[in-house]
Ligand binder design. Structure first.
Ligand code: FES
Ligand code: FES
Length: 289
Protein backbone atom coordinates (compact mmCIF):
# COMPACT_ATOMS: atom_id res chain seq x y z
CA UNK A 1 0.00 0.00 0.00
CA UNK A 2 1.39 3.42 -0.94
CA UNK A 3 0.96 6.71 0.81
CA UNK A 4 -0.23 9.35 -1.64
CA UNK A 5 2.26 12.14 -2.16
CA UNK A 6 -0.41 14.55 -3.35
CA UNK A 7 -1.85 17.37 -1.28
CA UNK A 8 -3.93 16.44 1.76
CA UNK A 9 -7.43 15.15 0.90
CA UNK A 10 -8.72 17.26 3.78
CA UNK A 11 -8.87 20.86 2.62
CA UNK A 12 -8.33 23.24 5.48
CA UNK A 13 -6.39 20.65 7.49
CA UNK A 14 -3.38 22.00 9.42
CA UNK A 15 -0.03 22.15 7.62
CA UNK A 16 2.23 19.35 8.63
CA UNK A 17 5.01 20.60 10.81
CA UNK A 18 8.32 19.00 9.74
CA UNK A 19 9.97 19.82 13.09
CA UNK A 20 7.16 18.05 14.95
CA UNK A 21 7.45 14.95 12.78
CA UNK A 22 11.20 14.83 13.51
CA UNK A 23 10.61 15.35 17.23
CA UNK A 24 8.00 12.55 17.32
CA UNK A 25 10.46 10.20 15.63
CA UNK A 26 13.25 11.22 18.01
CA UNK A 27 11.05 10.33 20.95
CA UNK A 28 9.28 7.22 19.67
CA UNK A 29 12.15 5.79 17.64
CA UNK A 30 12.80 5.23 13.93
CA UNK A 31 12.69 1.45 13.76
CA UNK A 32 9.67 -0.51 12.48
CA UNK A 33 8.53 -1.37 16.05
CA UNK A 34 8.00 2.34 16.75
CA UNK A 35 5.07 2.57 14.36
CA UNK A 36 2.30 2.67 17.01
CA UNK A 37 3.93 5.30 19.28
CA UNK A 38 4.64 7.44 16.20
CA UNK A 39 1.02 7.23 15.05
CA UNK A 40 -0.19 7.97 18.58
CA UNK A 41 2.01 11.07 18.70
CA UNK A 42 0.52 12.31 15.40
CA UNK A 43 -3.01 11.57 16.49
CA UNK A 44 -2.50 13.46 19.75
CA UNK A 45 -0.89 16.43 18.01
CA UNK A 46 -3.20 16.77 14.98
CA UNK A 47 -6.33 15.02 16.25
CA UNK A 48 -6.03 12.63 13.27
CA UNK A 49 -3.34 11.17 11.00
CA UNK A 50 -2.49 13.57 8.18
CA UNK A 51 -1.24 11.66 5.11
CA UNK A 52 1.60 14.14 4.70
CA UNK A 53 2.86 13.46 8.24
CA UNK A 54 2.82 9.71 7.58
CA UNK A 55 4.70 10.18 4.33
CA UNK A 56 7.35 12.40 5.95
CA UNK A 57 7.76 10.03 8.90
CA UNK A 58 8.16 7.13 6.53
CA UNK A 59 10.86 8.98 4.56
CA UNK A 60 12.77 9.80 7.73
CA UNK A 61 12.58 6.41 9.45
CA UNK A 62 12.75 2.68 8.82
CA UNK A 63 8.97 2.42 9.03
CA UNK A 64 7.71 1.44 5.59
CA UNK A 65 4.67 3.24 4.14
CA UNK A 66 2.75 -0.07 4.01
CA UNK A 67 3.33 -0.63 7.75
CA UNK A 68 2.30 2.93 8.47
CA UNK A 69 -1.05 2.68 6.62
CA UNK A 70 -1.62 -0.95 7.64
CA UNK A 71 -1.44 -0.16 11.36
CA UNK A 72 -3.24 3.17 10.97
CA UNK A 73 -6.24 1.50 9.32
CA UNK A 74 -6.26 -1.59 11.55
CA UNK A 75 -6.95 0.23 14.84
CA UNK A 76 -10.23 2.12 15.41
CA UNK A 77 -8.51 4.59 17.69
CA UNK A 78 -6.85 6.30 14.72
CA UNK A 79 -8.74 8.94 12.77
CA UNK A 80 -8.08 9.70 9.14
CA UNK A 81 -10.02 12.94 8.89
CA UNK A 82 -9.73 16.07 11.00
CA UNK A 83 -11.98 15.98 14.05
CA UNK A 84 -14.20 18.74 15.39
CA UNK A 85 -13.18 20.75 18.41
CA UNK A 86 -15.59 18.82 20.68
CA UNK A 87 -16.39 15.13 20.71
CA UNK A 88 -20.00 14.00 21.16
CA UNK A 89 -20.28 10.39 22.28
CA UNK A 90 -23.70 8.81 21.89
CA UNK A 91 -24.02 5.65 23.96
CA UNK A 92 -25.05 2.61 21.93
CA UNK A 93 -25.08 0.18 24.86
CA UNK A 94 -28.17 -2.00 25.28
CA UNK A 95 -30.04 0.24 27.75
CA UNK A 96 -29.48 3.30 25.58
CA UNK A 97 -30.25 1.44 22.37
CA UNK A 98 -33.66 0.28 23.58
CA UNK A 99 -34.54 3.73 24.90
CA UNK A 100 -33.92 5.47 21.59
CA UNK A 101 -30.22 6.36 21.30
CA UNK A 102 -30.50 6.13 17.49
CA UNK A 103 -33.17 8.80 17.39
CA UNK A 104 -31.14 11.03 19.71
CA UNK A 105 -28.09 10.69 17.47
CA UNK A 106 -30.17 11.43 14.40
CA UNK A 107 -31.59 14.58 16.06
CA UNK A 108 -28.11 15.77 17.10
CA UNK A 109 -26.81 15.23 13.57
CA UNK A 110 -29.74 17.14 12.15
CA UNK A 111 -29.33 19.99 14.61
CA UNK A 112 -25.62 20.30 13.85
CA UNK A 113 -25.91 19.65 10.10
CA UNK A 114 -23.72 16.54 10.16
CA UNK A 115 -24.62 14.38 7.13
CA UNK A 116 -24.89 10.58 7.36
CA UNK A 117 -21.64 9.99 5.48
CA UNK A 118 -19.63 12.20 7.85
CA UNK A 119 -19.05 12.49 11.58
CA UNK A 120 -18.11 16.17 11.79
CA UNK A 121 -19.97 19.42 11.09
CA UNK A 122 -18.78 21.83 8.42
CA UNK A 123 -17.39 24.32 10.97
CA UNK A 124 -15.47 21.49 12.67
CA UNK A 125 -16.98 22.35 16.00
CA UNK A 126 -18.38 18.88 16.77
CA UNK A 127 -17.53 15.29 15.90
CA UNK A 128 -20.13 12.67 16.75
CA UNK A 129 -19.48 8.99 17.40
CA UNK A 130 -21.27 5.97 18.87
CA UNK A 131 -19.66 4.30 21.86
CA UNK A 132 -20.25 1.32 24.14
CA UNK A 133 -21.91 1.67 27.58
CA UNK A 134 -20.92 4.87 29.36
CA UNK A 135 -21.64 3.33 32.76
CA UNK A 136 -24.79 5.23 33.76
CA UNK A 137 -27.52 3.01 32.30
CA UNK A 138 -30.12 4.24 34.82
CA UNK A 139 -30.10 7.50 32.86
CA UNK A 140 -30.40 5.99 29.38
CA UNK A 141 -30.27 7.22 26.72
CA UNK A 142 -27.02 9.00 27.52
CA UNK A 143 -24.93 11.46 25.51
CA UNK A 144 -21.53 12.70 26.61
CA UNK A 145 -19.96 15.85 25.16
CA UNK A 146 -16.36 16.25 26.28
CA UNK A 147 -16.64 15.76 30.07
CA UNK A 148 -20.31 16.74 30.32
CA UNK A 149 -22.87 13.92 30.49
CA UNK A 150 -26.53 14.36 29.54
CA UNK A 151 -28.90 11.69 30.81
CA UNK A 152 -32.45 10.89 29.66
CA UNK A 153 -31.62 12.56 26.35
CA UNK A 154 -34.54 13.07 23.99
CA UNK A 155 -34.52 13.84 20.25
CA UNK A 156 -36.56 16.99 20.81
CA UNK A 157 -33.97 18.21 23.34
CA UNK A 158 -31.00 17.98 20.93
CA UNK A 159 -30.79 21.76 20.55
CA UNK A 160 -30.95 22.45 24.28
CA UNK A 161 -28.27 19.81 25.00
CA UNK A 162 -25.90 21.58 22.60
CA UNK A 163 -26.80 25.00 24.04
CA UNK A 164 -26.24 23.78 27.59
CA UNK A 165 -22.91 22.24 26.64
CA UNK A 166 -21.75 25.51 25.04
CA UNK A 167 -22.90 27.53 28.05
CA UNK A 168 -21.08 25.30 30.55
CA UNK A 169 -18.02 25.13 28.36
CA UNK A 170 -17.76 28.91 28.09
CA UNK A 171 -18.33 29.29 31.84
CA UNK A 172 -15.46 26.86 32.51
CA UNK A 173 -13.20 28.91 30.20
CA UNK A 174 -14.09 32.19 31.90
CA UNK A 175 -10.79 33.62 33.25
CA UNK A 176 -12.74 35.48 35.95
CA UNK A 177 -14.04 32.21 37.33
CA UNK A 178 -13.15 31.53 40.93
CA UNK A 179 -10.54 28.91 41.70
CA UNK A 180 -12.74 27.93 44.67
CA UNK A 181 -9.71 27.69 46.95
CA UNK A 182 -10.96 26.76 50.41
CA UNK A 183 -9.14 26.97 53.69
CA UNK A 184 -8.64 23.59 55.33
CA UNK A 185 -11.52 23.09 57.75
CA UNK A 186 -10.72 22.01 61.34
CA UNK A 187 -11.15 18.40 62.45
CA UNK A 188 -14.80 17.55 63.13
CA UNK A 189 -16.09 20.27 60.75
CA UNK A 190 -19.09 19.56 58.60
CA UNK A 191 -18.25 17.41 55.63
CA UNK A 192 -20.16 17.58 52.40
CA UNK A 193 -19.80 14.58 50.10
CA UNK A 194 -20.79 15.04 46.49
CA UNK A 195 -21.40 11.82 44.58
CA UNK A 196 -19.35 11.80 41.42
CA UNK A 197 -20.16 8.29 40.22
CA UNK A 198 -21.16 8.06 36.58
CA UNK A 199 -24.92 8.46 37.26
CA UNK A 200 -24.36 11.49 39.50
CA UNK A 201 -22.01 13.00 36.91
CA UNK A 202 -24.61 12.50 34.22
CA UNK A 203 -27.06 14.53 36.30
CA UNK A 204 -24.63 17.41 36.75
CA UNK A 205 -23.04 16.66 40.14
CA UNK A 206 -19.71 18.12 39.06
CA UNK A 207 -21.40 21.52 38.57
CA UNK A 208 -23.01 21.12 42.00
CA UNK A 209 -19.60 20.35 43.53
CA UNK A 210 -18.18 23.59 42.08
CA UNK A 211 -21.26 25.61 43.13
CA UNK A 212 -20.89 24.34 46.73
CA UNK A 213 -17.18 25.12 46.85
CA UNK A 214 -17.73 28.57 45.40
CA UNK A 215 -20.48 29.29 47.94
CA UNK A 216 -18.31 28.01 50.85
CA UNK A 217 -15.40 30.15 49.69
CA UNK A 218 -17.55 33.30 49.40
CA UNK A 219 -19.08 32.81 52.85
CA UNK A 220 -15.87 31.65 54.56
CA UNK A 221 -17.67 28.52 55.73
CA UNK A 222 -15.49 25.98 57.54
CA UNK A 223 -16.50 22.90 55.67
CA UNK A 224 -14.79 20.04 53.86
CA UNK A 225 -16.33 19.44 50.46
CA UNK A 226 -15.24 16.15 48.97
CA UNK A 227 -15.92 14.12 45.88
CA UNK A 228 -17.00 10.55 46.57
CA UNK A 229 -17.86 7.59 44.34
CA UNK A 230 -21.21 5.88 43.88
CA UNK A 231 -23.06 5.29 47.17
CA UNK A 232 -25.59 2.95 45.59
CA UNK A 233 -28.46 5.46 45.33
CA UNK A 234 -28.19 6.15 41.62
CA UNK A 235 -31.98 6.58 41.30
CA UNK A 236 -31.68 9.69 43.55
CA UNK A 237 -28.91 11.44 41.63
CA UNK A 238 -27.35 13.95 41.90
CA UNK A 239 -26.77 13.13 45.55
CA UNK A 240 -25.15 15.19 48.30
CA UNK A 241 -24.44 13.94 51.82
CA UNK A 242 -23.79 16.24 54.79
CA UNK A 243 -22.06 14.57 57.69
CA UNK A 244 -19.44 15.04 60.45
CA UNK A 245 -19.47 15.83 64.18
CA UNK A 246 -20.50 19.45 63.60
CA UNK A 247 -23.54 18.20 61.71
CA UNK A 248 -24.71 16.37 64.82
CA UNK A 249 -22.89 13.14 64.01
CA UNK A 250 -25.67 12.09 61.63
CA UNK A 251 -25.77 12.04 57.86
CA UNK A 252 -28.35 13.91 55.83
CA UNK A 253 -28.80 13.18 52.13
CA UNK A 254 -30.09 15.69 49.60
CA UNK A 255 -31.34 14.73 46.17
CA UNK A 256 -32.41 16.67 43.12
CA UNK A 257 -30.11 19.66 43.72
CA UNK A 258 -29.05 22.02 40.97
CA UNK A 259 -26.07 24.42 40.94
CA UNK A 260 -28.57 27.17 41.86
CA UNK A 261 -30.15 25.38 44.84
CA UNK A 262 -27.05 23.54 46.16
CA UNK A 263 -25.73 26.53 48.22
CA UNK A 264 -28.95 26.34 50.28
CA UNK A 265 -27.59 23.08 51.76
CA UNK A 266 -24.68 25.03 53.28
CA UNK A 267 -26.98 27.82 54.43
CA UNK A 268 -29.25 25.25 56.06
CA UNK A 269 -26.42 23.72 58.07
CA UNK A 270 -24.63 26.97 58.97
CA UNK A 271 -27.43 29.42 59.64
CA UNK A 272 -29.48 30.02 62.82
CA UNK A 273 -32.48 27.79 63.50
CA UNK A 274 -35.16 30.28 62.26
CA UNK A 275 -33.55 30.66 58.86
CA UNK A 276 -32.95 26.93 58.73
CA UNK A 277 -36.65 26.25 58.92
CA UNK A 278 -37.31 28.44 55.89
CA UNK A 279 -34.43 26.94 53.89
CA UNK A 280 -35.49 23.43 54.81
CA UNK A 281 -38.60 23.89 52.70
CA UNK A 282 -36.47 24.47 49.59
CA UNK A 283 -34.51 21.26 49.91
CA UNK A 284 -35.39 17.71 49.06
CA UNK A 285 -33.89 15.88 52.02
CA UNK A 286 -34.18 12.25 51.02
CA UNK A 287 -32.99 10.28 53.96
CA UNK A 288 -31.36 10.84 57.30
CA UNK A 289 -29.03 8.20 58.66
S1 FES B 1 -26.03 1.42 28.01
FE1 FES B 1 -25.81 3.55 27.83
S2 FES B 1 -24.95 4.14 29.70
FE2 FES B 1 -25.04 1.97 29.82
S1 FES C 1 -23.50 7.33 40.85
FE1 FES C 1 -24.16 8.63 42.42
S2 FES C 1 -25.23 7.35 43.76
FE2 FES C 1 -24.58 6.00 42.18
Amino acid sequence: MRLPSTASPNPGAPDVDVAFVREALDQAGRNPEAVIPVLQAFQEHYGYLPVEALRLASEQSEIRPAAMTGVATFYDMFRHRPAGQHLIRVCRGTACHVTGADRVEEALRQHLGIPKDSDTDAAREFTIEGVACLGCCTLAPVVKIEDQTFGHAKPEKAGSVIREFRRNHHAADDPGRSTEELETAPAGAIEVHVGLGSCCMAKGSDRIYHALRESARRNGAHVNIKRVGCVGMCHQTPLVEVTGRAAGGRSAYYAGLTPATAPAVLDFHFRPAGLRQRLGGLLNRTLDA
